[in-house]
Design a protein. Sequence first.
Length: 386
Amino acid sequence: MMPTLANYHHYHSIASPLGSLYSKQGVKGFPRLQPALTFLLSQLKTPSLQAEQLVDLSDSGGIGLLSSAQAVTVAGTSRASLRCAEKNRSQHENATIKAAASWQLEPASCDVLWLLPGSDKGTARVRADLQGAARALQKDGVAYVVMHKDQGAKRYEKIAKELFGMLELIGKEAGWRLCKLTKRLDDHHSLSPETFTAQDFMAQDFMAQTFVARGLELQAAAGVFAAGKLDKGSDFLLTSLDIASYQGKSVLDIGCGYGMLSLELARAGAQVTALDDDWLAVESCRANAARHQLDIRVHHSDVNSALDANETFDAVVMNPPFHLGKQVLFDVPLAFLAAAYQHLEVGGHMTLVANRALPYEAALAGWAKWCELERSSAFKVLRAWR
Ligand code: SAH
């Protein structure tokens, strides 16, 4: 049976401490709220919700829209979450929804901010998230930040205290720690976040790393998949492909990250369309295409949400995600496969790399045929034809 994309794209009403909210597959924590967020909401007393301008950076379907803040901005990097926020928009009369990381927000533009730094995205990203949050707040503005003690919370709290000037630990439960960070900058703080423009931020080492992979000079924003290096699976996929055979073909790269697969295919003369759920991956991929003067269309897209339903390609490539936090989730990879099938020409092929242990073969049953192209001690490359 082909997994249906209709299922993947379905919005579900889920319960939250602030009322019911639309969420969907692909949103972190689905079919529940992320534990960090549940904890945050259980701790915040009503006055904390009465902000003038709340920025919700939790990437959780726009739950801030259910708060009593006078105005709410839902900013985030996940397209799946932002789509839900659009669906939840009617819950607040003064709402702004946009793709942005914390450091891409207007400086001094809000008085309250919620942030769940993605410690699964590495130290550089958490630092950047915190620094951007400090910059986005007005003086005396407050950021509520939840981190876990097993994911470096205490270390990050030290950094946060330096960036904001004041830190209070206001809740602890099951390893989760809720900090109230108040922006109290004075001359003693060597890092004064207001002095950075957005471009400066991107140029900071911790924001956009420059590195070389497969002979190409590349950049990737902090926290983008495999930023700063070449993923072993992606490398294995590229060495398994007859890249020259893609010349002149239209190719779709699902989950492009900073663009490794897309760039190599475009260099070989393919017309490449790339998409990713992560806004920072999209920006990184666009920057890399521009740097190498390659014409790649890059969409910020929740699986195929940015494509026309009947748009088709000669080939599809992907290195599907299988981790979302610590969970192994198959919803998104199966949606990648279903999207590949939907957007392939009849006779076209999809090639993926996966951890050897992952049971993708079962999901290829409805295809015209499939085979294993290569196998290593860690990975396998599968190809299937429509
Ligand atoms: N192709 C890149 C990245 C592979 S990792 C490379 O080879 O380096 C998988 C990518 O899928 C990540 O960049 C992740 O952000 C993206 N992704 C995860 N969920 C997604 C979704 N729902 N829609 C589109 N992309 C998604």
